[in-house]
Design a protein around this ligand. Structure first.
Ligand SMILES: [Zn+2]
Length: 296
């Protein structure tokens, strides 16, 4: 039997190893829009999109509750207001080391975009393009799209594939079927354990062929309740359900958290998201929603 004096250091080492090896991705409930927060095993912090003009404060509150005053990277997939609107809260409360977006040319005669340009695209800013990588220790963020701009801002979204060990996450931004077709034609390895569904589950994204190529076990749709544009489309939901892919919705499940130890993914969600979302004791109220064991 181990002596008590030996057990304490062993527990300490076990805890340190557990903490040091986890990658976490939080799909935040920001109403109409999107915000995804990432923590790497080497404690780097990345925010991908920032919620909308109204809900950006939720992202700030979330980061403050976690004691975060500074993040390493803020990535905006495309400068539509439901993705970038929250920067007007975030950048005035949280220090950001580097800012990235897709480099979308902005209209000059629009106040919001002028302010976006002034606040976001400064000395620490760089646009990202297909083929680039952000390396965060053992976590790699691969930029799959865009290669070039079209007149469709959604199709210009940054598409990001995150790899950590044997686990992977594909984040589609608001990319639609045109982008899916291009990615399929380029023969890129799209296979991922978790898919952040493109364009909030609208019917112009998530084609049958694309879902088959990604073949995720889990998919997340970032969406508000009673969406004004009728997202997500019932046909899209059915496409996922028919393939046995478990769907999460931010409006229903609240913040959805996937934790990877490089081999397995653990999923957490709120029990009663509407009651808990603004409580101070986050993340104590998390429950283990489901544990995914890799089956391939
Ligand atoms: Zn959007």
């Amino acid at each position: 039997m181990l002596k008590k004096s030996l057990i304490t250091p062993l527990i300490f080492i076990w805890c340190a190893l557990t903490l040091a090896s986890d990658f976490k991705i939080f799909f935040l409930n920001v109403g109409e829009g999107e915000a995804i927060y990432i923590e790497t095993p080497n404690t780097q912090k990345v925010l991908i999109d920032s919620g909308n003009l109204i809900s950006g404060y939720k992202v700030v509150n979330f980061l403050k509750r976690k004691g975060i005053k500074e993040i390493d990277f803020l990535i905006i997939t495309h400068p539509h207001l439901d993705h970038m609107g929250g920067i007007f809260h975030v950048l005035q409360h949280i220090k950001v080391k580097r800012c990235y977006d897709n480099g979308q040319p902005l209209p000059k005669n629009n106040d919001i975009y002028r302010w976006y340009n002034d606040l976001f695209r400064k000395d620490n800013y760089k646009p990202l393009k297909a083929g680039e990588k952000i390396i965060l220790g053992n976590v790699i963020i691969n930029v799959l799209s865009p290669e070039k701009f079209t007149s469709d801002w959604n199709a210009n979204s940054l598409v990001l594939k995150i790899n950590y060990g044997e686990t992977s996450f594909l984040l589609m931004g608001d990319a639609n079927i045109k982008v899916e077709k291009m990615l399929l034609e380029k023969n890129i390895n799209l296979k991922a354990d978790v898919l952040k569904v493109g364009h909030h589950g609208a019917k112009d994204a998530s084609s049958e062929r694309f879902i088959e190529a990604v073949s995720p076990q889990y998919a997340v749709i970032s969406i508000d309740e009673n969406n004004i544009r009728g997202y997500p489309a019932v046909s899209v939901i059915k496409r996922f359900q028919n393939k046995g892919i478990k769907l999460f919705f931010t409006y229903r499940d609240g913040d959805i958290i996937f934790k990877s130890n490089s081999k397995n993914i653990f999923i957490y969600s709120f029990e009663s998201p509407k009651k808990l979302i603004d409580q101070q004791h986050y993340p104590l109220h998390l429950k283990l929603y489901h544990t995914m064991q890799r089956i391939y």
